[in-house]
Design a protein around this ligand. Structure first.
Ligand code: HEM
Length: 240
């Protein structure tokens, strides 16, 4: 039991933390994309909230969580931003090992077969750079996830959470954690680069879970002052 509980923590905390760091990095490096998310957030959680020091309720965050699929009036910029973060800088660049259960003809190359028993990596990084699926793949572009109606596209996916029987069972928790953190961070702050210490967008440390190297970012409260923001966030979740 302890091992099971520990593995959830082990695989879930680092990956989610890295995803949130990528959200911060992308926000600082791509201010226009950040603004689009903030415009959407300001519709759901009014900016006056910060000035009046009124608590943000979890119900409002659940409204946000439903936004991408339920709203017809507000563009789902938040979810598109998050999906693009997961694609742009995948947390597990190589993915995890899988084993072929039978011989698998590999149709993209004639006369090629992945033999039974072979160990296979579904290289997340290579998949994320496929220009036939993600045009201009090195560009951070949340818009690629939206269709012409401004909703999340059904026909575009990225396997951030792996594949098959061993696909990440924590993906729903992870998505919500990233989404809630991104929403609260971007509602609260304008995140910018420190002109003295520009961010190296490719500055990551190799590993099973790929961490960004330490980078500087400036957090400017979007309304009022720091004390007002602390007042709102200090009461986050109260009275539910
Ligand atoms: C951004 C966050 C996360 C990412 C990118 C991520 C990614 C992955 C990937 C790529 C795999 C391997 C899937 C495969 O074999 O193809 C995996 C497995 C796994 N993940 Fe996650 N994960 C995240 C968060 C979480 C969280 C929050 C939990 C638990 C609360 C979790 C629990 C697990 C477990 C238990 C496995 C092993 C499943 C198995 O081998 O059957 N992960 N994850």
């Amino acid at each position: 039991m302890a091992y099971l509980a520990g593995s959830l923590f082990g695989v879930g905390s680092d990956t989610t933390a890295v995803a949130i760091m990528v959200v911060v990095m992308a926000s600082a490096c791509y201010p226009k994309a950040q603004e689009k998310v903030q415009e959407e957030l300001d519709v759901v959680i009014s900016r006056d909230r910060g000035k009046s020091n009124i608590v943000i309720h979890l119900s409002e965050i659940s409204t946000l969580l439903q936004l991408p699929h339920s709203t017809t009036t507000t563009p789902p910029a938040d979810e598109a931003f998050m999906l693009e973060c997961l694609r742009w800088r995948p947390m597990t660049t190589l993915g995890f090992t899988h084993r072929a259960l039978t011989d698998i003809p590999y149709i993209r190359f004639s006369n090629t077969c992945i033999p039974e028993g072979a160990i296979v990596f579904g290289n997340h990084w290579a998949i994320s750079r496929d220009p036939s699926v993600y045009p201009n793949p090195d560009q951070f572009d949340p818009q690629r996830w939206l269709n012409t109606d401004g909703k999340i596209r059904d026909d575009l996916k990225f396997p951030s959470f792996g594949f098959g029987r061993r696909i990440c069972p924590g993906q729903h928790i992870a998505n919500r954690s990233i989404f809630i953190n991104a929403a609260l961070l971007l509602w609260s702050f304008k995140i910018t680069q420190d002109p003295e210490n520009p961010i190296d967008e490719s500055g990551f440390v190799d590993g099973v879970i790929v961490h960004p190297k330490p980078f500087a970012a400036c957090f400017e409260p979007r309304f009022g002052n720091e004390a007002a923001l602390r007042g709102v966030m200090g009461k986050y979740g109260e009275g539910l």
